[in-house]
Design a binder for this molecule. Structure first.
Ligand SMILES: [Zn+2]
Length: 276
């Protein structure tokens, strides 16, 4: 209580008290908490339910007010390591995340193999309830990915996800749900079969958004139309040795030069041009 008194009397412009509203309301009379309870509801004292401070950024935060929003921003930098999974426990947790996703699912999953068949129904359900599904996969110059069997599964994935972007030499394994939950590690979510893996589940809106920003998620989720054949589904993402990213059309008819050599349409990407 002495510490509480010290804290309160040192405050110069603003005082945040985080605690149980019920306990403050029911505090014994003539205690500091009881006086605080008496202030609840008076002008200048704003009560914000804790759940609102730690809910995903998509939630309406107008109710928080200026100071509440500032506090929510500070709290969002907090990252909770919620779980560590291996290949035997990961999928139960992953399925649960997909089932409970409310606004967005981002996947970086290099290979698409038989495993995707168990994930597609969950992605379809999510999409049906309005969740945006974006998937980055390895492009088909990769031997395994280029097999007809894998290409067929990719076509099934394209039929369910809003956006599927093939990326040359892609190797990240990331799951981001509702810009709040991140699953990050070694496991290929759409192709895992028998390899030993580790995936860490972390919760924190600030971290999730930072990771999306790091992956240029918004920018890379919007491939342009090919400047030559007009197709958008045959656009892949590549990176030059100098680090510059570019879009490239891999449609075989579009990229064939007159002499039979590849002459693919491509366009450099200006980073920083995204919405965020
Ligand atoms: Zn083209």
């Amino acid at each position: 209580m002495r510490l509480f008194n010290v804290a309160v009397t040192r405050a110069q412009t603003r005082l945040y008290v985080i605690g149980s509203r019920e306990r403050i309301r029911n505090a014994k009379s003539d205690t500091a908490l009881a006086h605080l309870g008496g202030l609840l509801g008076s002008p200048g004292v704003r009560c914000v339910p804790g759940a609102q401070l730690i809910s995903p950024p998509a939630a309406d935060d107008r109710r928080l007010g200026v100071f509440g929003s500032a506090l929510a921003d500070v709290l969002s930098r907090h990252v909770e390591v919620a779980a560590v999974h291996d290949e035997t426990t990961f999928y139960e947790a992953f399925h649960h995340e997909l089932r409970t996703a409310r606004s967005s699912i981002w996947l970086w999953a290099p290979w698409v193999a038989q495993r995707v068949r168990t994930i597609l129904p969950l992605l379809r359900e999510a999409s049906d309830r309005g969740v945006r599904v974006t998937v980055f996969i390895r492009d088909d110059t990769d031997k395994l990915q280029g097999r007809p069997k894998n290409q067929k599964l990719i076509a099934e994935l394209r039929a369910v996800a809003h956006t599927v972007v093939p990326v040359n030499y892609m190797h990240q394994k990331i799951v981001v749900i509702d810009e709040k939950t991140v699953m990050l590690g070694s496991l290929n979510t759409l192709s895992q079969r028998w390899t030993r893996e580790v995936m860490v589940t972390m919760r924190g809106g600030h971290f999730a958004r930072k990771l999306l920003e790091h992956e240029h998620a918004d920018l890379f989720a919007g491939p342009p139309q090919c400047g030559r054949c007009g197709d958008r589904d045959s656009i892949e993402l590549r990176r030059r040795t100098n680090g510059i990213w570019f879009w490239r059309c891999y449609d075989t008819a579009c990229k064939a030069g007159r002499n039979g050599r590849s002459n693919a349409w491509n366009q450099d990407i200006r980073l920083g041009a995204a919405r965020r």
